[in-house]
Design a protein around this ligand. Sequence first.
Ligand code: PLP
Length: 428
Amino acid sequence: MNKSEQLFEQAKNTIPGGVNSPVRAFNGVGGTPCFIKKADGAYMYDANDKKYIDYVGSWGPMILGHNHPKIKQAVIETAENGLSFGAPTELEIIMAEKVKAIVPSMEKLRMVSSGTEATMSAIRLARGYTGRDKILKFEGCYHGHADSLLVKAGSGALTMGVPNSPGIPEDFAKHTLTVSFNNLEEVKEVFASIGDEIACIIVEPVAGNMNCIPPVEGFLQGLRDICDQYASVLIFDEVMTGFRVALGGAQEHYTITPDLTTLGKVIGGGMPVGAFGGKREIMDYIAPVGPVYQAGTLSGNPIAMAAGLAALNEMSTQDLHTDLAAKTKQLALGFKAAADKHKIALSVNYVGAMFGFFFTEEPIVTTYKQATECDAQRFKLFYHMMLDEGVYLAPSAFEASFLSTAHSAQDIQATIDAAERCFEKLAN
Ligand code: PLP
């Protein structure tokens, strides 16, 4: 047994499934998860001291690479003054002003401690603001594990949602309507029938939880128009896309302005943080100014604010995103060319610093159905071959992968070369 295998066995005695978040258990690819000892720049090192080029980046936050010196310094300096006060600090104002400068649609915002808290709070706010109970989400989009959001589609667009997990009352799930991502007609159909009961649409503007699926032309604008027509709130869940597909997120990249935005991951530079914000008029509906309750003991935690601010400052003082997008494109197209060379059917998607690849004959993947019909077995084989090669990809065929500014041209080329060797093996 190697060290990761030993630790996994030990962990299972006291932690359900040996992990504190299910995807880490490698159920999507089989085998033993890599227990990580340390990470630096573009690399992670596991408990066996094996080095990996990392394309998960802690599921997104490490857009500047692991252990960034300025973020680390900010954390150390801030910690000298205490870890949490449960009272307001100037750092929170600086953070709010910084986020607003980068994402101007967030006229007012509130900090929370995770992406789940951000989406859960934004939905409660949308419901309170509109006085409506129903919400509309898209199949294959993940918005955290709040009860309203762990709901899958019923058998037709207009049927009620079905809980995705035991523990969510059906009475609760029935308020969540789930339709197909990239299918505006389904959204129109639902709104034509019960639009005046729908508080909000929540969407990942680039879906990153069913691999990587960008919006088709006109989809996001269509959602904006429908929300305007029915006075529903449009929520962009930019927990994954924020500061990643462009500095100002997907709303900047696609020039569509949502009413509310949720952020997480990148905004904390690696510390547990999220935020939600948007139109002043809507945001003033939350306590203590408004009637909708929302709170958090550790919200706006000084260490998290310092880490996040250091990350946002670093990102906004120079144009990192053009280079990030170019590197991501190079990697995605490199995978495609390597697969083509060995006659492996592969489709790639990429936007900004997010990319995904699908083992499928489909030339372009735009739907959840297409994503779920890909060759999962081939993905698992490829995944473990790449791990042996020292490349750490997301351990699931349904997760986007991420690049960071720390990935060098050599890292990208080494990854493409590794992928080519793996495709060659897969072809034989
Ligand atoms: N929204 C999106 C788009 C996400 O990808 C995630 C997590 O992966 C969440 C919300 C939930 O964030 P957290 O895991 O921080 O609760």
